[in-house]
Write a protein that binds this ligand. Sequence first.
Ligand code: HXC
Length: 510
Amino acid sequence: MKDILRELDDRRDAARLGGGEKRIAAQHDKGKLTARERIELLLDEDSFEEFDMFVAHRCTDFGMEKNRPSGDGVVTGWGTINGRMVYVFSQDFTVLGGSVSATHAQKIVKIMDMAMQNGAPVIGINDSGGARIQEGVDSLAGYGDVFDRNIRASGVVPQISLIMGPCAGGAVYSPAMTDFIFMVKDSSYMFVTGPDVVKTVTNEQVTAEELGGATTHTRKSSVADGAFENDVEALAEIRRLVDFLPLSNREKAPVRPFFDDVDRVEESLDTLIPANPNQPYDMKELILKVADEGDFYEIQEEFAKNIITGFIRLEGQTVGVVANQPMVLAGCLDIDSSRKAARFVRFCDCFEIPILTFVDVPGFLPGTGQEYGGVIKHGAKLLFAYGQATVPKVTVITRKAYGGAYVVMASKHLRADFNYAWPTSEIAVMGAKGATEIIHRADLGDAEKIAAHTAEYENRFANPFVAAERGFIDEVIQPRSTRRRICRAFAALRSKRADAPWKKHDNLPL
Ligand code: HXC
């Protein structure tokens, strides 16, 4: 009997060693943790329950029958993050480069199916050389099965990808279909075709880091939602993110204890808006000042900085924030910011996270670059996402809300529930100067007349009261009391129900 028990321990020890001491040391030398070390840091202490530790591949080509490591290059199972269940897979680069065989893929599929069935997020840690070359089409079929689960799980359970090593070729499409992708600086990369193929086909010379590193994907492509300095920081930040999210679409986000006064008055907000309407101010200050304990988890911080997206809590409840940032491109909407915000709004809506929108938008960014790039379709994504969202929607206009962008940014017309405006708001078709130059074109040569017309337009429209007279704004509020007003608004919406007409699914302008 003792021998049998010892054999189990021995087998477990061998499996836990992955590709062996030498390869573990090589992994550490690259500044990377091993698959198991990553899981340990991600989950609560001693909470990990492993599945399929002894799964081995069935390939007999290229001498592979002589090399059948337990676990087959991926560690899978479930555990908890601050007491809440999550499913995890962590690819083990020390075992055959973390490459994906048919059985490796089956292990991932198994935990994804369980996550969907039991209602818990899936966190995938990617560190893999891609398709197991010795397995050929069996490996591709395995990827196909994982893709299928990514699609089925979308909108059912949150899916988070952490890229902590190579992720190349068709393998990138699994993370691409998850809700969030995070990368580690200098040790991870993602691309469809690597630098060598790029050189052959386009004659461009580029390093792996330049082509698909964390900086590229957080600043240029927007494929990734955030980048961290190292594995430890990345894993700690994922724990923080998971705390904001519901476990599935069957549950609400967790309510955390809060110590911040709901009625907290922020006198400084009364002077946030500069006297000069063309002078920028930092919208992040407003977000931080209304949030419980000033805690803000920003998504896509480095991309399309003219719009801010992320999570805060109000009275301990998770709220998704979308806010124009006047410090960048005057807060204009453009292709990138529309896409960024639209995806965020859709994430919030599918997981029942209420949306708070702060508006200071002078319109859509003009230019051939924008028009040729399809700003019409991309802007429509944000419009569509807001209009489609049935979660509680509270909007506060702080200053400019001009033209089509006014309608897009969670206006009353898109079924927002509470629309507030600060007294500094200007809700109009466009700015006074532009409006005057169009409707008083005949007077353009007369500076005095133009100044008088501009002043007249400003008096008429550079305020929130015309919109308030029509009920498009529910109330004009004091900036200092914004936290109390929006907390009460969301509290009033906790049992909101909104139905959409039956359809198979919509046809979002992609
Ligand atoms: C089998 C692989 C492997 C793979 C790496 N290994 N990738 N084994 N299939 N895809 C093995 C290596 O043979 C080596 O084994 C060990 O993993 C570590 O790899 P190294 O090359 O020593 O590591 P490193 O120098 O860090 O380079 C990492 C790498 C490189 C850049 C990822 O290994 C590489 O280029 N691999 C091949 C990548 C690739 O072309 N994959 C297919 C992409 S197409 P030993 O025993 O020596 O330690 C694809 C299609 C997906 O993925 C389609 C989905 C639909």
